[in-house]
Design a protein around this ligand. Structure first.
Ligand code: TXA
Ligand code: MG
Length: 385
């Protein structure tokens, strides 16, 4: 199949004519990849069981992993669900359109092939203007998983989509790089308390503020223990495993405390090294020590003759002497790290390194989503120093 690629001239305000053909393809049961504010989606008609099956096939994805139905206005929600729980109403008012997906009890209209056999349905109203207009013109809810081959990082540019899906889908709508870079937050609103099934740009802190307290599915924080099933079936898959073995380096609380305690041996050691190597980087001891440890592990592996890469940040780049380094963004800006995360992982796959060592990030706010994606990519291999 020839995959057509169209480039949207003005991302903020796409012309209807630019999207007519894409909308027609969706209406007729075809597949179109399109930008959203989180990652690129691989769209098909959510009410058409055959379109859903084609999505699974194009991605090479197990068909028990349900899809998210994307809508462009609140009126489009009611036909998809059998009930709108109060928490769902509150969240829709606060965060839609935006990077939030909610799980509702499904209506009979939604085929089981879209929901992977579940009696619930995931719904999201994206706020990207291209996505919004495309869904509206298609006139149907659009099922869209991330537009990557199963097992590769989610795509944040149309080129990433092209690498994975060229020849397998009818069209790619190129709206330039996405803004956020990690997939939407998923919240289950079917029970008495909202439960976060996947962390994202809408953070636990924002939801706690709204509801007092929300719960987290245990699958978010650690490897799956036997007998525990994540409520978002997709969270059970390793999702993406880099070609090189990824290890995250994280500082323990004890280390952080020592780094700020004058008189501790770590404090003296780190002060001495920082003074030797130039305090002028302006790094705080925590960032410096983390980078220094990542560098040490990378150098060790290099000495064994392995090809090694490091994931660094703008602030810490100059600390590294070892290996191929790629910056994932600024430590001072979780937004920038989320934005670059998948592109950097894709780059390391192309570079063909054996081992990758990465700095880690604070696990609060957007950092929760960042650490969730990085930990999963590392198969939860985290070196705590
Ligand atoms: O940001 C996003 O959400 C992107 C863009 C394209 O909108 N889409 C996306 O889709 O990330 P996907 O298919 O890669 O991830 C959907 C996740 C999976 O983990 C799936 O298991 C979960 O949503 N999910 C879908 N329906 C569900 C349901 N009824 N109950 C629980 N989890 C569900
Ligand atoms: Mg995905």
């Amino acid at each position: 199949m020839d995959t057509k690629r169209i480039v949207i001239k003005n991302r903020e305000n796409p012309a209807d004519e630019e999207l007519f053909e894409a909308a027609r393809i969706l209406k007729e049961g075809g597949l179109v990849a399109f930008p959203t504010e989180t990652v690129y989606g691989l769209g098909g008609n959510a009410l058409d069981g055959d379109a859903a099956r084609r999505i699974y096939e194009a991605k090479g994805r197990p068909s028990d992993n349900p899809l998210i139905a994307h809508i462009s206005s609140m009126e489009e929600l009611a036909p998809l669900v059998s009930r709108i729980p109060e928490a769902g109403q509150i969240l829709a008012e606060k965060f839609w359109p935006g990077p939030l997906t909610m799980i509702f009890p499904k209506s009979d209209q939604v085929p089981l092939s879209t929901t992977g056999g579940l009696d619930t349905v995931a719904v999201r109203m994206p706020d990207d203007p291209v996505a919004q207009k495309l869904i509206r013109l298609a006139g149907v809810p659009v099922a869209a998983p991330s537009a990557n081959t199963s097992g590769r990082p989610s795509p944040t540019t149309a080129d990433h989509v092209w690498q994975d899906l060229n020849g397998k889908i009818e069209m790619i709508v190129d709206g330039g790089p996405v803004g956020i870079g990690v997939e939407s937050t998923i919240v289950d609103v079917t029970g008495p308390v909202p439960v976060i099934l996947r962390p994202g740009f809408i953070t636990q802190e924002m939801l706690d503020e709204l509801f007092g307290h929300v719960e987290m599915d245990p699958a978010i924080t650690g490897p799956m223990k036997e007998g525990i099933h994540p409520k978002a079936p997709g969270m059970k898959y390793r999702h993406y495993a880099p070609k090189g073995q990824l290890t995250l380096v994280e500082l323990t609380e004890k280390t952080v405390k020592a780094l700020y305690t004058p008189g501790s041996s770590l404090y003296s050691q780190v002060s001495r090294i920082m003074a030797d190597r130039g305090r002028s980087w302006g790094l705080d001891p925590e960032s410096f020590y983390m980078a220094w440890q990542v560098n040490r592990l990378a150098e060790e592996k290099e000495k064994e003759g392995c090809r090694v890469g490091v994931i660094c940040t703008e602030e810490t780049r100059d600390v590294y002497t070892a290996a191929v380094k790629r910056s994932i963004g600024r430590r001072s800006s979780a937004d920038s790290v989320a934005h670059n995360l998948y592109a950097v992982l894709r780059e390391f796959d192309d570079l063909g390194v054996d081992y990758i060592f990465s700095e880690s990030f604070a696990r609060d706010h957007l950092g929760q989503a960042i650490m969730n994606r990085l930990s999963k990519a590392a198969g939860y291999q985290i070196c705590r120093v």
